[in-house]
Ligand binder design. Structure first.
Ligand SMILES: [Zn+2]
Length: 478
């Protein structure tokens, strides 16, 4: 059996097996990964200096023992890994300087393999500095095989699959181009594999002016859209206005969270179903969606640990502060208990679809929780003398702005413990002054109710805009 067929067979079998069989795969793969990290990554050798060796299989046969063992391993974060990049990777031929020189600084090489075997992606650094992620052959194989195998019955209904036969597959990736972001790299690497794919799959950069994007999509007539839902919402409005005339059969949202009202707008205007993907540049095959519409962790190749702000485990059924992810497929750059920064919740019980994999809900980014100075007490150079803070969930704050009449899109940026800057885009016909007054009053009432009455709301004349990776965030802290 070839390596590809072996991995495909294993993925298929794990999905039909028991919980124990998945635990066993996790345990064996974790042991092998830790062993590889200790022997070939100077960074992990130092980090694990005082960590005992993993207990051999028979003694650690249950999920509890595995959880106990993994709990001994210190969590890692993007900053320390990037600072130790050359010591982190297990192939001594890879250096950050070499990677930049030979691949990352050259946009024409996006999607090509580094040293003939490694797929390299960078993150946007919208929450701090960018990360550089190197995926080896196994990681790439697992990423490309998991989706088609686990979602073979759920990505598309039989009726939708038949509808594809006539127009054929033409997929438009709505992402940012010009840098080695995961969506672009995966799209371009597929295009490099064959001219047939290159004709049918294309990146349509969301950073370009909307009229250009609309014109190009009208020419291409995609049957599948994938990428940022914020771009799809804009396209939905263009379609309603009659400028965009496409008839996709499926939209696949990823990279940002998809609000229910946005999903409804996209489905109504574009006349197709929308589904979501939850993946990370660090773990390219993190979840698959089932026929119940829920995301299941691909726990045979990933360990997902929801934790609180002190990295203590958070039980199923509760929303975590962040999540530690271990990518069991990638040996060249071990990610073991990596702080991904997303707030997630594992379901307490099994899913009705019968899958042995746990379901997961994503509740935004942990870094996006905003803190404001509590009301009362003097301010000194922007800091409260009494040090009391009020934390606000971005979703709650965003809803207050979004549900104000006249608001089409917005961004709210916390610029200090007592200040919030708001950028607004209004529906045609809405009066700027009136909408700003209404948003200001509603935010004032919201902050008073939260116990943070002293927050100044400033309106920027700048329109809402995506970050350099094309991702559109609504609420964040500067
Ligand atoms: Zn399910």
């Amino acid at each position: 059996m070839t390596r590809t067929a072996g991995i495909a067979w294993d993925i298929w079998r794990a999905g039909r097996g028991s919980q124990d069989a998945i635990d066993r795969r996790q345990r064996d793969r974790l042991a092998a990964l830790v062993e590889c990290a200790r022997s070939a990554s100077p960074f992990y050798r130092r980090l694990y200096r005082d960590v005992p060796d993993m207990v051999p299989d028979s003694a650690a046969d249950s999920a509890t023992d595995r959880a106990t063992y993994i709990g001994e391993l210190p969590p890692v974060g993007k900053r320390e890994l990037m600072e130790n990049f050359d010591d982190w990777v297990t192939d001594p031929h890879i250096t950050l300087t070499g990677l930049k020189r030979d691949l990352l600084d050259d946009p024409s090489r996006i999607g090509s393999l580094y040293r003939g075997q490694y797929l390299v992606v960078t993150t946007s650094g919208s929450t701090g500095e960018p990360a550089v992620l190197v995926h080896d052959r196994t990681s790439q194989l697992v990423a490309s095989l998991l989706g088609p195998i686990r979602e073979r019955r759920t990505l598309m209904a039989a009726k939708e699959a038949r509808a594809f036969l006539h127009p054929g597959l033409r997929a438009a990736a709505l992402i940012a181009d010009g840098d080695h972001f995961a969506g672009v790299v995966l799209t371009e690497s597929a295009r490099r594999r064959s001219p047939r794919i290159a004709r049918r799959v294309r990146v349509f950069s969301v950073l370009r002016p909307l009229p250009d994007l609309v014109a190009d999509l009208n020419d291409f007539l995609p049957t599948v859209l994938y990428g940022y839902p914020s771009a799809m919402v804009q396209l939905a409005a263009e379609q309603k206005a009659g400028r965009l005339r496409i008839h996709p059969l499926l939209a696949v949202a990823s990279g940002e969270s998809l609000a229910a009202h946005a999903a409804a707008e996209i489905e109504a205007a574009l006349g197709c179903r929308i589904t979501v993907r939850y993946l990370a540049s660090e773990a390219l095959a993190l979840t698959s969606r089932c026929r119940q519409g829920l995301l299941h962790v691909n726990a045979d190749w990933n360990i997902v640990e929801p934790v609180d702000d002190a990295f203590r485990p958070v039980p199923p059924g509760e929303l975590s502060h962040t999540v530690l992810v271990t990518n069991l497929a990638n040996r060249v750059q071990p990610l073991i208990r990596y702080n991904l920064g997303d707030r997630v919740q594992l379901a307490a019980g099994p899913c009705a679809c019968g899958s042995p994999f746990p379901t997961l809900r994503v509740g935004g980014r942990s870094g996006d929780v905003l803190s404001f100075a509590a009301a009362g007490g003097a301010m000194l150079q922007g800091a409260r003398l009494d040090g009391k803070v009020v934390t606000v969930l971005p979703l709650a704050l965003g809803t207050v702005i979004e549900e104000t009449a006249g608001v089409r899109r917005f961004q709210a940026i916390r610029t200090g413990p007592g200040s919030l800057t708001v950028r607004l885009e209004l529906w045609p016909g809405a009066a700027t002054a009136a909408v700003r007054t209404a948003v200001g009053e509603r935010l004032g009432a919201f902050f008073r109710a939260q116990g943070a009455a002293g927050v100044d709301v400033l309106f920027s004349d700048e329109p809402p805009r995506p970050d350099r990776s094309g991702k559109f965030r609504e609420v964040w802290s500067a």
